[in-house]
Design a protein around this ligand. Structure first.
Ligand SMILES: Cc1cc2nc3c(=O)[nH]c(=O)nc-3n(C[C@H](O)[C@H](O)[C@H](O)COP(=O)(O)OP(=O)(O)OC[C@H]3O[C@@H](n4cnc5c(N)ncnc54)[C@H](O)[C@@H]3O)c2cc1C
Ligand code: FES
Length: 279
């Protein structure tokens, strides 16, 4: 069992849990994820590791309540225990495994949308701790659902916030902000990491292809076992089948078949709606 050390809501639908999981905390790196079950009957939920403290043996996850599984998790409190907290799973981000001297030569921009803001944090924090500066663009529909602004102020070289409705920061989507930075404000990037809803990552990739910026995305397809056995998370990258749970979750975004990935992620909509009605 894995004790919840703290639980807090960052906005109406997104909560942050710090979980006692010393083995995961000891081994994990930015870019990896865990699979969580709140109780023995609950479904398995893949969640990105958003922070970790090796000394305290804790791992932080940030979760959006969307369907039955995450709603059940959202009702848990500090002191409760999760039945499973399996990980670290998947490959760490290339930025933390590549030769650090080569990484230092790159001009890096992170483009995060909505909940994707949380998984970007450990990567930017790790880079800062290793002497690499990175710009960060965070996009949210409006000011009320923006998360982790203060945390990012401490780790980003430059932080750009943009809201779709203009209620805070710049106005418009993350793609507009990135395009403005590069075409009108003299910014140059050669490496982009984009994490957020699939549709956002698809449009970021279309833009960065035009701008000539290599782009890595973190895929979040339906996952079941998380160990490469069931095939649920398969996606096509450069025409080849990849399993996001073991080959990813990060891939070259210019090589991902986005239409197929988006079609597959909606495959169980009817069953998910029924499960939500049942709680
Ligand atoms: C590698 C990875 C990292 C992720 N990181 C985070 C994170 O840090 N925070 C977060 O809130 N969410 C994250 N997700 C998405 C999260 O797993 C789903 O939102 C969650 O499983 C939904 O479960 P549910 O029962 O609440 O909703 P459901 O009603 O079951 O599903 C709602 C939607 O969630 C997605 N989903 C459902 N089941 C799965 C599944 N087994 N695997 C993947 N997606 C699913 C589908 O798009 C589905 O339409 C991640 C997914 C992956 C694959
Ligand atoms: S989740 Fe089963 S192969 Fe990836």
């Amino acid at each position: 069992m894995f004790k919840i050390q703290s639980m807090k809501f960052l906005n109406e639908n997104i909560f942050q849990m710090v979980v006692e999981a010393p083995m995961v905390a000891r081994a994990c790196l930015p870019g990896q994820f865990v699979i969580v079950r709140s109780n023995a009957e609950a479904e398995r939920i893949p969640l990105t590791i958003c922070d970790y403290d090796r000394e305290k043996g804790t791992v932080t996850i940030v979760v959006q309540t969307i369907g039955a599984g995450t709603i059940i998790m959202s009702k848990m409190k500090a002191g409760d225990e999760l039945a499973d907290f399996v990980g670290p799973l998947g490959q760490p981000s290339d930025l933390v495994t590549d030769d650090i001297e080569e990484v230092k030569k790159k001009k890096i921009v992170f483009v995060a949308g909505g909940l994707g803001t949380a998984p970007v944090y450990p990567q930017v924090k790790w880079l800062k701790e290793h002497g690499v500066g990175a710009d960060v663009i965070i996009g949210a529909k409006n000011k009320d659902i923006l998360i982790m602004e203060e945390e990012f102020k401490g780790v980003a070289e430059n932080l750009y916030i943009t809201t779709d409705d203009g209620s805070y920061g710049r106005t418009g989507m993350v793609t507009k902000c990135l395009e403005d930075l590069v075409t009108a404000e003299g910014k140059q990037y050669d490496h982009c990491v984009s994490i957020g809803p699939m549709i956002m990552m698809k449009f970021v990739c279309q833009l960065t292809e035009k701008l000539g910026i290599h782009t890595v995305v973190s895929m979040n397809p339906i996952m079941v076992d998380g160990t490469g056995m069931c095939g649920a998370c398969r996606c096509s990258v450069e025409g080849k089948t990849k399993f996001a749970c073991v080959d990813g979750p990060e891939f070259d975004g210019h090589k991902v078949n986005w239409d197929e990935a988006m079609r597959r992620s909606g495959m169980y909509r009817d069953q998910e709606a029924k499960a939500k009605e049942g709680i």
